[in-house]
Design a protein around this ligand. Structure first.
Ligand code: FE2
Ligand code: FE2
Length: 293
């Protein structure tokens, strides 16, 4: 019997990570793994990397590690280096040290826990760290993802929504998000697995933390002032535990509007996080609709 914890999508939210670390104290887990997106969408990327390295926990690489590394290399479209909507990403990329960046670069895209080798961990799907498995993913698609890996337990993250689906051939689990949940529950969320081989029980843990502390760090660090529309939308994501940034980007694009803070009010008049499917459906932009996370 082994017990492990998988933490994902911390997104630079140190108070949320510290709450999870305290929660782990009483659990006696054999191993802790990180499912990617340690950084991005939050101001404390460097502190998260330091804490994870200090703990000696292994991590895979999410799409937000890739984004910030690309910004550091200047390997992004030229307008991203100046546009307001990307100012938060530039700030977060600059906040990382050289050592943080090489650590992020060294992360693999998938791994198996040593204590439970029947588990395969990816950030998004086995094919991509930028495409997720969520409640909207069809059974057929889930089955194909399961069939594409050797192990019968596939653990993923990225959509910020916890999920458990059992099939005859195996199980798909989504950890949910530590630092930026989108399931309307603000608490820091992570996954504990216990068992042997492919006989494994999943527990989704939810931990209260002080959101006011996180919001104070947004201000004190300068992230809120420097991060333009994006930082303000991230505050809404934290408060409501629902996506605001990607819907805002999709809405402004579909309306031909500037992606600036001055459009947030009009966007809030058009968007209801309770009805995302209808909202994205009304935009007629399949390319951005896929980014619902
Ligand atoms: Fe994420
Ligand atoms: Fe992600």
């Amino acid at each position: 019997m082994a017990r492990i914890a998988i933490l994902a999508d911390v997104h630079g939210n140190l108070p949320a990570l510290e709450a999870v670390i305290r929660d782990l104290d009483g659990l006696g887990v054999d191993e802790v793994l990180l499912g990617g997106d340690l950084v991005g969408r939050g101001p404390q990327g460097s502190a998260i990397v330091a804490r994870v390295r200090e703990k000696g926990w292994r991590s895979i690489r999410g799409n937000h590690e890739d984004y910030l590394l690309a910004f550091r290399r200047g390997d992004v479209p030229q307008e991203w280096m100046t546009a307001e909507v990307w100012s938060a990403a530039r700030w977060m990329a600059a906040e990382l040290s050289e050592s943080d960046a090489s650590y992020l670069e060294s992360m693999p895209l998938s791994m198996q826990p040593e204590a439970l080798p029947g588990v395969h961990l990816v950030h998004g799907t086995p094919e991509s760290n930028n495409d997720g498995i969520g409640p909207w993913t069809s059974d057929g698609r889930m089955q194909r993802h399961l069939d594409s890996v050797e192990q019968s337990i596939l653990v993923c993250a990225h959509t910020h929504r916890p999920l458990e689906r059992r099939f005859a051939t195996g199980t798909i689990l989504n950890t949910g998000s530590v630092g930026l949940p989108f399931n309307r529950d603000r608490r820091a969320q992570y996954l504990v697995l216990e068992g042997r081989d492919d006989d494994i029980a999943a527990e989704f843990r939810c931990v209260d933390y002080d959101l006011a502390e996180t919001l104070a760090i947004y201000e004190q660090s300068g992230f809120l002032a420097a991060g333009g529309a994006t930082a303000r939308l991230l505050v809404l994501e934290l408060r409501h535990a629902a996506p605001y940034l990607v819907p805002f980007m999709a809405w402004t694009q579909s309306q031909g509007r500037q992606q600036g803070a001055e459009e947030i009010e009009a966007f809030l008049g058009a968007y209801d996080p309770e009805h995302q499917r209808e909202f994205f459906g009304s935009l007629h932009r399949p390319a951005v609709r896929r980014g619902l996370r």
